[in-house]
Design a protein around this ligand. Structure first.
Ligand SMILES: O=c1ccn([C@@H]2O[C@H](COP(=O)(O)OP(=O)(O)O[C@H]3O[C@H](CO)[C@@H](O)[C@H](O)[C@H]3O)[C@@H](O)[C@H]2O)c(=O)[nH]1
Length: 859
């Protein structure tokens, strides 16, 4: 099966050969994972395997899933070539910039025609205009809207909600996409199809494929649970209450039972169920009633720089554009703005005030403002909030400032040009020119007028760049409460930009990734964050960030790294601290960040950027391979197994060789270990290691050793019994080990001076941050919890892999070169001086103890 005509693949081939890195040349970081995949018998897809990703966000940006699919596209195209395509709804608004129509190839062409002839469904075929140029089938929802009533009744009669337009569209897309997949599967019975559904909005088709018994293997990934998001945003103490809630009832109470049902049914009906982090895996178990089979951490497409200073240059370049914005916004209002002493911090993403931790972001900025004021600091911190909200376009005040500035620049350029002419004229006549003659009276008048106009701004520099439709917007309300109104005496200025950034933006003409590069620090203290693309993107751009220990990203990174602080990933505690304490901790991080000098910030950026390999799809894409292999095996078992009844979620399917055989063996062995513990499948060549005091080691005669870490496992769900295949700790062990290996290799090769300094800093345990300057507060308590930074020292890691016969314990290896945690060293700053209001606005539940599996609970 090939999508597209030979011509339609021409451009992609050229692009891949000119810019794409060959898959085989991926760095040594992935070697450990490669080995694991080989040992787990994960095969490359055959020429008869066809893969589809289905999502609402194909060629349409809504949030993080768009980023996941877009950045994953190059490696998936490389792996599946023309046997990969995405399916999404056709969106006439975004199609012109995201999609280019193509003539379908000889195999997909009759299917597209059939869709129209048999069902009246209009399918657009073409390529998505992102790197890798994957093929896409975009389905026109309107061509089937007349079927809505019939389909909705067929799917959910008795509990449908006809007024819910989002679900209506979801249902229509579900039937359309299932019909499309059915056509493919029927037309090509020799091909094996994998349909990977992302999020409930795209997954009705999965339910139908199972119902119609279409031979397609299915994967369902929930990037967040619907109800989890609702509960968290609604102030429910989600992680502590989860076990006690009747989820169906909670969904009904909120009028979203029908949506919740789609999500739950998709999880139940899929051959393989996955999510993006352990924390969401735990949540899925309670909300969707199924443990994920595999955890698929999100990756990114990384920019490769030949020299380390290149990305530092990009920072300078994009910071220059932010400087221009700041001039236009603030100059003329007050005269003490020093751009050399200004830091840019930001938060960004979906507009979820509480879930994304905007409340804490603002409270900690209020605290920082006080600290800076009291210390007499001349530093200015400009804090951006990039979160879309309903607006009536940019506000006049913001635009005016920028047009004044542009006018001023034009005037200066004209005057300079005229001065040059005068200078040339005089000197070519052999005459010296006086400064008075150089700058004419006319010039002076012109300049005075501009200065006057600049100072005539009616009010202070606006906090919001747009006219908000909802004046009661929670973010606005909070800014009012903490009174950060960009007054002259405030050291922290706020810019709320309620729209995603684009390079055509009249105020900040930068794409989001460029904006991230231009900033100094990203701040994402989320309460509900299954993974968190925003801190991951920061890392990939070498921008340090603050995030919370309730995010999948923080969990993933802190498992892979012994000391995240020294690498520019600061993790605040939202699990074991009260809201006020978390805000204090964040304020301290911010305060200390403002105390770094330029050289220290450069070193920190270098350290952060080096971590990006951990997030490379070339590495993480391999967990997708695991999920696909498992889905194929469950859907297309080579031969039925007589030894035990099929444990597949789909009762009609039987497990067979390869992965499933291994799983079966595990099932047999499970009976001899503590029933409540989960099991790791270790490659046969590995050493057996009891990873915790509660571990149970198999005494079975079989050759596969078993390790039973308490809860740090990625469960493999084979129906009722849950069998583990890959544990996140072994996963990150492999990653960090490879990272360590690649570091060793790097240190053997000559590098630029910047890279040398940062490598040295990390390797010699030298803190990047020198002792902080005396703080305005008399309180000298340390702000870092004493157990911080020790996550991997005591985390139990099964030595589940070997290199040349030697067991790998990457965390041990890494901890030897662990720098001493520059941010976790002595701190004398305190936030006792923070305005009493500052954290009172945080309406989060006090999360004293959250019983979720994570690095912390494993210590
Ligand atoms: O001006 C901007 C600002 C942000 N972004 C993007 O917006 C996305 C926001 O990502 P995230 O906060 O992760 O998105 P959500 O929509 O909340 O995504 C869900 O799905 C993601 C993918 O699995 C998970 O990481 C999240 O935790 C989960 O909530 C990021 O990729 C940013 O690049 C832009 O494109 N332009």
């Amino acid at each position: 099966m090939i999508f597209g005509t030979p011509n339609s693949t021409f451009l992609e081939n050229r692009l891949a050969s000119s810019t794409g890195m060959p898959f085989s040349s991926a760095t040594s970081l992935s070697s450990g994972v490669d080995q694991m995949m080989n040992e787990l018998n994960i095969q490359q897809p055959t020429s008869h395997t066809v893969l589809f990703d289905l999502s609402w966000e194909v060629a349409k940006k809504v949030g993080g899933i768009y980023t996941v699919l877009k950045t994953k596209a190059p490696v998936t195209v490389e792996e599946y070539k023309s046997r990969y395509a995405l399916i999404g709804p056709y969106n006439p608004d975004t199609a012109p910039t995201e999609f280019e129509p193509l003539i379908p190839g000889p195999l997909s062409s009759p299917i597209i025609e059939n869709m129209m002839k048999k069902y009246g469904i209009h399918v657009h075929f073409g390529k998505w205009l992102v790197e890798g140029y994957p093929k896409v089938f975009l389905i026109d929802l309107h061509s089937s809207m007349h079927k809505l009533g019939e389909w909705r009744w067929d799917l959910m009669s008795g509990f449908e909600q006809p007024g819910d337009n989002e679900t209506n569209e979801t249902i229509v897309f579900g039937y359309q996409s299932a019909l499309l997949l059915k056509e493919f599967a029927e037309a090509n019975p020799n091909d094996k199809y994998i349909a990977h559904f992302h999020e409930w909005q795209a997954s009705v088709g999965l339910i139908l494929l199972k119902k119609w018994k279409v031979p397609v293997s299915t994967i369902f990934t929930t990037h967040a649970t619907l109800l989890g998001r609702y509960l968290a945003a609604g102030g429910v103490d989600l992680y502590n209450q989860m076990q006690n809630l009747n989820m169906d009832f909670e969904a009904s109470k909120r009028g979203i039972y029908h949506r919740h049902w789609i999500e739950k049914k998709s999880a139940a009906d899929s051959h393989v169920f996955t999510t993006v982090s352990e924390i969401t895996g735990y949540e899925s178990e309670h909300i969707l009633m199924r443990k994920p089979d595999v955890i698929l951490p999100n990756g990114l497409k990384l920019d490769r720089f030949t020299a380390l200073h290149e990305f530092q240059n990009l920072h300078a370049k994009y910071k220059g554009i932010l400087n221009e914005f700041v001039r236009g916004h603030f100059y003329g209002h007050y005269s003490d703005f020093d751009l050399d002493n200004t830091l840019y911090v930001f938060t960004a993403g979906r507009h979820e005030y509480f879930n994304k931790g905007v409340d804490m972001f603002l409270d900690s900025l209020a605290g920082l403002n006080k600290l800076l004021q009291q210390s007499g600091s001349k530093m200015t911190v400009v804090a951006f909030i990039i979160m879309p909200a309903a607006t009536n376009n940019f506000n006049v005040e913001s635009l005016k400032g920028h047009s004044y500035l542009k006018d001023m620049r034009r005037t200066c350029n004209t005057i300079v040009e005229a001065m040059g002419e005068r200078l040339f004229e005089a000197t070519s006549r052999g005459k010296m020119i006086s400064p008075e003659e150089l700058l004419s009276q006319e010039d002076i008048v012109m300049l005075k007028r501009r200065i006057f106009a600049l100072k005539q701004k009616a009010s202070g520099p606006p906090v919001v760049t747009h006219n908000m439709i909802n004046d009661n917007d929670e973010i606005l309300q909070h800014i009012r409460k903490i009174k950060l109104f960009n007054s002259q005496e405030d050291r922290v200025k706020i810019i709320y930009h309620p729209e995603f950034l684009t390079s055509t933006n009249p105020l900040i003409p930068l794409d989001y990734t460029e904006f991230v590069r231009g900033c100094h620090l990203g701040i994402f203290p989320s309460y509900y964050e299954p993974f968190g693309m925003t801190p991951a993107e920061c890392c990939a751009s070498g921008c340090p960030s603050i995030t919370s220990n309730l995010t999948g990203f923080a969990n993933y990174m802190s498992r892979a790294l012994p000391d995240t602080d020294s690498k520019g990933i600061f993790i605040v505690d939202r699990r074991f601290k009260s809201s006020k304490e978390t805000v204090d901790q964040m304020t301290q991080y911010l305060w200390k960040f403002t105390q770094l000098d330029r050289r220290q910030r450069i070193e920190l950026r270098n350290a952060t950027e080096k971590l990006s390999e951990l997030l490379d799809w070339r590495t993480l894409g391999k967990f997708y391979k695991t999920a696909r292999a498992l889905a194929l095996e469950r859907a297309f078992p080579p031969k039925p197994i007589s030894r035990s009844p099929s444990p597949s979620p789909s009762s009609s399917l039987k497990l067979s060789s390869g992965l499933s055989n291994a799983i079966e063996l595990q099932q047999q062995q499970q009976s001899i270990v503590t029933p409540s513990t989960t099991i790791n499948l270790i490659p046969p060549s590995s050493n057996i290691t009891a990873s915790t005091s509660t571990s149970a080691t198999s005494t079975s005669a079989t050759s596969i050793p078993i390790v039973a870490p308490k809860s740090n496992v990625i469960p493999i769900n084979t129906g009722k019994e849950n069998i583990s295949l890959l544990s996140p700790s072994s996963m990150s062990s492999l990653l960090s080990d490879s990272l360590n290996e690649s570091k060793k290799q790097q240190s053997k090769t000559p590098s630029t001076s910047t890279s040398t300094s940062s490598t040295t800093a990390a390797a010699t345990n030298k803190p990047v941050l020198s002792n902080p300057t005396p703080t305005p507060s008399p309180n000298t308590s340390s702000f870092i919890p004493t157990n911080k930074g020790s996550a991997t020292a005591t985390t139990s890691i099964p030595t589940s892999n070997t290199t040349n016969g030697k067991p790998i314990n990457p965390f041990e290896a890494l901890s030897k070169s662990n720098s001493s945690g520059n941010f976790a060293t002595t701190s004398t700053a305190s936030v006792n001086t923070i305005n009493g209001n500052s954290s009172s606005g945080t309406n989060s539940p006090v999360t004293k103890s959250i019983p979720i599996p994570s690095s912390k609970s494993l210590k």
